[in-house]
Design a protein around this ligand. Sequence first.
Ligand code: UDP
Ligand code: MG
Length: 311
Amino acid sequence: MDISLVVPAYNESGNIRQFLHAAQEVLGSTGMSYEIVVVNDGSTDDTLAQLMLLIGGHPELRVIDLSRNFGKEAALTAGMDAATGRAVIPMDADLQHPPKLIPLLIERWQQGFDVVLCRRASRDTDHWLQRWVSRLFYRVHNAVAELDIPPDVGDFRLLDRRVVEALRLLPERRRFMKGIFAWVGFRTTVVEFEADARYSGTSHFSGWRLWNFALEGITSFSTVPLRIWTYVGGVVSLAAIGYATKVVISTIVSGTDLPGYPSLFCAILFLGGVQLIGIGVLGEYIGRIYSEVKQRPIYLVRSRHGFSVDA
Ligand code: UDP
Ligand code: MG
């Protein structure tokens, strides 16, 4: 097998048929052998039924039905675990990742690159707030994380088999794919593309979900938020010592006066807030440790279809 497409699909009933059609047309024209691994991530619409209808006439189609909605990152992992191609291309099912780019990815791969990233040339289809927040995220992430993730690069990319095998060595349950992809490294090149609008339906990622995704990213690949509290504590303690010295000296020099009650109140509130934030950050990491030590599987498969050797 030369090429495996890995397609997570969650309630994509309005897109999946068109996507498969477009992908097959492009892949067929490359003259390479290929498979399309669609991972049904617990869809509540008729995505799975549509796939089951299509699978009879399409020997290159494979379907993995997960037992519930595990989220896009887990679905991608499931698909990549099952993919057998010498190169693997994760793609969204909503046609935002144009299949016509695939031949270019293959060309770069054949030139010897292990990873071919697809960077969005512009984000014109996004709301200005979305663009601003995403820029902020990349800036913060790359400032605090041990590894930079390239901005405007999504999960759409080509991965050589060795990269896929390397990815499988990372056992974490909480999978921030952008970070994991960056962590493994390998010879990388970038191509630009114009993301299309969603073919049908709306995005599954709300503002709140994206916020949590951003937290996930930063805490998965950085311990700076944990360590920063040592320095915050140090600065606050130094300021307190300085202030205490001033109080002692002014008491010796000019006797006691009644210290202000408002300033005391502000200091207590401020320090209480700082401590709570520090504890919250600790909690964030402890929560992460908790979900890692439980060693639960990343996803559960309900059924597989279209695989020659059913595991
Ligand atoms: N997706 C998934 N599980 C989820 C949410 C999304 O498998 O819980 C899939 C979805 O079907 C699509 C891809 O992930 O193929 C990207 O989702 P979406 O288009 O909603 O995100 P956006 O393009 O807005 O980032
Ligand atoms: Mg999309």
